[in-house]
Design a protein around this ligand. Sequence first.
Ligand SMILES: *Cc1c(COP(=O)(O)O)cnc(C)c1O
Length: 362
Amino acid sequence: MTRVFNFCAGPAALPTSVLERAQAELLDWQGRGLSVMEMSHRSDEFVSIAQQAEANLRTLLQIPANYKVLFMQGGASSQFAMVPLNLLGQGGTPNYIYSGIWAKKAMAEAKRYANQHVAASAEISQLTAMPSQADIQLSADAAYLHYTSNETIGGLRAPEVFQTPEQVPLVCDMSSDILSAPVDIEKFGIIYAGAQKNIGPAGLTLVIIRDDLLDQALEITPTMMQYKVMAENESMYNTPPTFAWYLAGLVFDWLLNDIGGLQVMAQINQRKAQKLYQAIDTSDFYTNPIQPAYRSIMNVPFQLADDALNARFLADAQEAGLLNLSGHRSVGGMRASIYNAVPETAVDALIDFMRDFEQRHA
Ligand SMILES: *Cc1c(COP(=O)(O)O)cnc(C)c1O
């Protein structure tokens, strides 16, 4: 069996050892004679799987006791609506930082429920730099400040966590960089992330929410979309995506026990990204438009000197076992997503391929 190097933006690569373990346990989970997929979500077996996953996540991110962890469905895109629905019950203006396509989608959803205020925008730099703390101007009645820590399509990231006054919770879409490095959970009111980038398979969405924010929902909020209902029911108000939850648990276990935690993971990720950006910057053939301080560690978009070579590049890459390097359909060019589960050897192979391709075509 050969496994390719997969640079997909999502659903993304999973650690091979995690898949092997899932395979070994697929028909018979720990001698119980059935698959995790076939278990009642209320069974002792599944509840132990769910609790272990949460415990490992709490250890990895050092999540304080006054934060709930919710294992939800609907993707990050549902969170775009759930954040305003759950936080605007006491009025106020939703505040947003505009940084690219994902931030824009979050903003579009919030507009359904209230007038919003753009507290800062990356538009000034033409999306090549995140706004800085000094650029942020909150509205007087800000209900919360939302930002996107890593713009998966643009390859733009916020190098620092933004600060807000105590009464204004910070809300962050961390879909594409959660668990890539340690983060200080206490600076946030809500963190959410679709699982299919850096957590596990598609179908699961993680929400980390401070206790005091559970009870501020608009009346109209559907039951399934209320954080409070999910928290009170241990994310099992209805049938959760059990197999995705289990696999996420295996990934948390891998991060904790095989990798050695998020400090180590962050160093590996830094090294991977640095190499790739260096290969791009030292060539006359490849370019990346983002200002260095704001370059994503997870998603590295790049353009070839001649767009006419794009199809050739992708075909040759595929031939070399390097998959899913095509840029997002809205921006074109190339993009290498180098999430946690993409090994350093994959990045090395990509760099070798890029050098070789340049020599043949530049
Ligand atoms: C992928 C992604 C989303 C959308 O996630 P879904 O789970 O497909 O809804 C939202 N925000 C960011 C930053 C993403 O990378």
